[in-house]
Each structure stands twice: as C-alpha cells, then as structure tokens.
Design a protein around this ligand. Structure first.
Ligand code: HEC
Length: 209
C-alpha cells in the first residue's frame, strides 16, 4: 500500500511537469504568432535595431535644419555631380554626336614624350588585348580565337565610314568614351585626361606601315 502511494505521487509529479512544459510552449508560440501578426508593416523582433534605423536623415524625411524643412536640397548653382563630364554631355552617343566630336574636339594634351609614354601605358593596359600591341587588330584575345579582330589603325576601314588612319581626335575620343558595336564603353574605366593621352598614342599607331 505504501509503495503504491509513492508511485502515484511520482506519476502526478511527471504529469505536472509535462503540463508546465506544454503550457510554456503554448504561451511562447502564442506570443510569437501574435507579435508577428499584429502589425503587417512591423519587422517583428529586431536584433540591433540601430542597424535598420540609421541616425542619418532619409532624403525624403522632413528636416528642421534647413529653411525649407526638407532633407534633399537642390545643389548650389554651378556645381557638378561626381563623374560629370562636359564633353560627354555635349557629344552624346549618337552618329551626330560622333560627327560633331570629330568636327569640334581637339586634344588638349600636346604630343610630348611624357604624354605619349602615359598614353602608351594606358593603351597597353586597356586596348592592346583586342587591338594588338601595334594596333593591327591582332590582340591576345583575337589570337586565342575568342574575339573577331578589330580593323587595323593604319590599314583598316572604320565601320562608320572612312579609313582608320584618318580617324580624328574627336572620333577616337568618342569611341573610347562610348564604344562602338562589339567594343564596349571605357568612360567608367578611364578619366577624360587618360582618354586624351590614349588618343595621342593611337595617332602614333595610325602612322605605322
Ligand atoms: C573588347 C575588345 C576591344 C577593346 C578592349 C577595345 N576595342 Fe576598340 N574596337 C574593338 C572592335 C571590335 C572595334 C570595331 C568595332 C566596329 O566598328 O564594329 C573597335 C573599334 C575601335 C576604333 C574605331 C572606331 C571607329 O570610329 O571606327 C577605335 C579608334 C578604337 N576601337 C580604339 C580603342 C581604344 C583606344 C581602346 C582602349 C581604350 C579600345 N579601342 C579598346 C574592340 C575593342
């Protein structure tokens, strides 16, 4: 009899434990469900919320620090966005832009030894794998058979009319800036000054026999 009583007590304890675990699970689950559904726009529980909610103002947020109460301000007159290039703006990537560049643009860099040397280094890095070390259209990727060879600077013809050796400052600058057909644009890789120095060196390659 005594033995039976003690096993009954143990059973009741186990049952209570199970009930407590069950209830805890239910309450936790309910809290999780309720807190995630109450507000559709809420992200729920946030870890390190200062990563989501920055101290900085959003551009569209009201801002008392400015007279007009806005965060996004109009730039002061005569300012230019980063990377803005007046020449690119004036000579767009169109056949007319190409012809206008040819008629009006003159290389601002004189053909000094130093400028030509800079141009050569840039040409070898940025152009020679297609156009070839001496501009004959036999660059390394052409020799691998991976790319159709561009026309030779000294002997070929331009797909836009005329011979390659007659290409002007403006046409070469426009081509480096925007690319043409299979040749991609290089305006994000090369600054306008770098492009002009390359133009100097391409003129040297146009003279080769
Ligand atoms: C991915 C290969 C490739 C690279 C890199 C490349 N070109 Fe070209 N380039 C070509 C091809 C192909 C053509 C011929 C495109 C056509 O006319 O259809 C061409 C055409 C040209 C022309 C003739 C444009 C015209 O009006 O006919 C010039 C000038 C030129 N490239 C200069 C350069 C210079 C300078 C560089 C380096 C800054 C360069 N290219 C980089 C492939 C390349």
């Amino acid at each position: 009899m005594l033995l039976k009583l003690s096993t009954m007590k143990e059973n009741i304890l186990v049952m209570n434990k199970l009930r407590i675990v069950g209830a805890t699970f239910f309450v936790t689950a309910a809290i999780a469900v309720i807190s995630s559904c109450s507000d559709k726009r809420s992200t729920g529980l946030e870890y390190a919320p200062n990563m989501y909610k920055a101290l900085a103002f959003n551009p569209d947020q009201p801002n008392k620090n400015f007279r007009n109460g806005q965060t996004a301000q109009v730039p002061p007159p005569h300012t230019m966005p980063v990377g803005f290039d007046e020449v690119e703006e004036a000579y767009p990537n169109t056949p007319e832009g190409y012809q206008a560049a040819s008629a009006n643009l003159v290389n601002p860099f004189p053909a000094t030894t130093a400028n030509l040397e800079d141009g050569k280094i840039l040409y070898l890095r940025m152009c020679s794998h297609c156009h070839g070390l001496t501009g004959q259209g036999d660059g390394s990727i052409v020799q691998l058979g991976k790319f159709p060879g561009p026309p030779s600077y000294s002997k070929g013809n331009s797909s836009r009319g005329g011979t390659m050796k007659d290409l002007t400052d403006g046409k070469i600058f426009h081509t480096i800036t925007y690319g043409v057909n299979l040749m991609g644009p290089h305006r994000y890789q090369l600054t306008p000054d770098e492009r002009w120095k390359i133009v100097l060196y391409v003129h040297e390659l146009q003279k080769l026999q």
